[in-house]
Design a protein around this ligand. Structure first.
Ligand code: TRP
Ligand code: SF4
Length: 326
């Protein structure tokens, strides 16, 4: 029996290289060994983006297309949209009954986002409940393993606290404890050296066109000590070099030496990187375009995923309802 995985992504924009190294490559590897449920967390997106839902549907489909184009397989994994499986909301309600307010108010991600996100009103009941819905996502499938980035660990801890309380109150080992599977910390910074993020517009989308990739890479900052070609460089201080490490590890050492000995110029170094990225994204974009042309395929995949997800989800909800006597 394969262990079960659930993971999700919020559809808040186009996917970019950060999603590829941070999550997708991991998912693609895991689907060989685990029974995987991969979910587009559209309700979670709304918890912060509720005032601007205009592009939500478009992002949902666009993200699924990218997942599949990158190699998430609808044959091996269950790919579905959170809002299509209403059982998520039922379990969310059931878990809300027992979730201590203090745990939510003290959650570090909650406090941080209230502090840092200034352009949205996040002082809502819904946003406070973000980790409760995430716990419902995981427990609905009785997932044993949850691949996430480090930033999500507090949410997993909360999910465990909630399920322990549930199991305790209703004297039943209904939910197994999910364990986090940390994505290897291959943090890819944005083009400007800040965190890669839609809001900083410092990313390369998986669907980015070659001309745009060349331009964006060409504009990256390099080691400021390299003013003249003959100035030796410090690749450890150069974001371009970290892109080599992430996308062309076989050339990392060589670039490192050429840079230190001033035998390669930054322009040339960046040009070569742009071509590497273009080559890497070419088959993904080809598959992406095929999926976009064949309009029937994605809806069929999502319907099939929804069905498989609901089969598991509704069985769990039956058990929960029996315990709650409704
Ligand atoms: N909160 C997660 C994130 O922002 C997305 C998510 C929603 C998720 N539900 C989940 C991740 C369940 C893992 C399991 O990345
Ligand atoms: Fe960075 Fe390459 Fe320039 Fe060295 S040569 S500083 S690694 S861009």
């Amino acid at each position: 029996m394969k262990k079960r995985i659930l993971s999700g992504m919020r559809p808040t924009g186009k996917l970019h290289l950060g999603h590829l190294v941070g999550a997708l490559n991991n998912w693609i590897r895991l689907q060989e060994e685990y029974e995987c449920f991969f979910m587009v967390a559209d309700w979670h997106a709304l918890m912060s983006e509720y005032a601007e839902p205009k592009h939500l549907k478009e992002y949902v489909i666009d993200n699924v297309i990218d997942w599949i184009a990158c190699g998430v397989s609808p044959e091996k994994s269950t790919i579905f949209i959170q809002s299509r499986v209403k059982e998520h909301l039922e379990l969310y309600m059931a878990l809300s009954l027992i979730t201590p307010l203090g745990l939510l108010e003290r959650c570090p991600t909650y406090k941080e986002q209230l502090r840092e996100i200034a352009n949205r009103d996040l002082k809502t009941y819904g946003f406070l409940g973000y980790p409760v819905l995430q716990a419902a996502d995981i427990l609905l499938y009785k997932a044993e393993v949850v691949p996430v980035g480090e930033d999500q660990l507090p949410h997993l801890e909360l999910a465990r606290a909630i399920l322990r309380k549930f199991n305790h109150i209703y004297k039943q080992e209904l939910f197994p404890e999910p364990e986090a599977l940390l994505t290897e910390e291959k943090r890819l910074l944005g083009l400007d050296g800040r965190k890669m993020s839609k809001s900083y517009n410092n990313y390369i989308a998986l669907s980015e066109e070659p001309g745009s990739i060349r331009r964006k890479i060409g504009n990256m900052f390099t080691d400021p000590a390299r003013i003249k070609f003959t100035d030796p460089g410090h690749p450890e201080k150069c974001n371009v070099h970290s892109y080599y490490a992430a996308f062309a590890p076989e050339r990392k050492q060589e670039i490192d030496e050429l840079c230190r000995k001033a035998k390669i110029g930054c322009t040339q170094c960046k040009r070569a990187l742009a071509e590497i990225l273009i080559k890497l994204l070419e088959p993904i974009q080809e598959k992406r375009n095929k999926l976009i042309r064949n309009k029937a395929e994605i809806p069929l995949i999502l319907e099939a995923g929804e069905k498989k997800a609901r089969a598991v989800a509704s069985a769990t909800i039956e058990e929960v309802k029996r315990l709650l006597n409704i």
